[in-house]
Design a protein around this ligand. Structure first.
Ligand code: FES
Length: 78
């Protein structure tokens, strides 16, 4: 789905930028080598950015818990 008609930015572009480390709208635009022009899309970019960051942080927290559980399991055996 197109989010930014000025730059042809899609929701997938926003998600990809977050996966590459973007945490702010300006970083999302920079990842596509563009910048906000009319500004109509900024609210939509922020909304998708927040959701993608939530998902990224939840995945990182789950991975961290799994590593901790594995370490606890290996300590119990040792
Ligand atoms: S719609 Fe994104 S800058 Fe205009």
């Amino acid at each position: 789905m197109y989010i930014c008609s000025c730059n042809g930015l899609t929701d997938h572009d926003v998600s990809a930028a977050v996966e590459a480390g973007a945490t702010r709208p300006v970083e999302v635009y920079a990842a596509r080598k563009c910048r906000a022009q009319c500004g109509n899309c900024v609210k939509g970019v922020v909304c998708i950015l927040r959701e993608a960051l939530k998902q990224r942080n939840a995945a990182a927290a789950m991975a961290s818990r799994e590593i901790a559980a594995q370490q606890d399991g290996s300590r119990a055996v040792a």
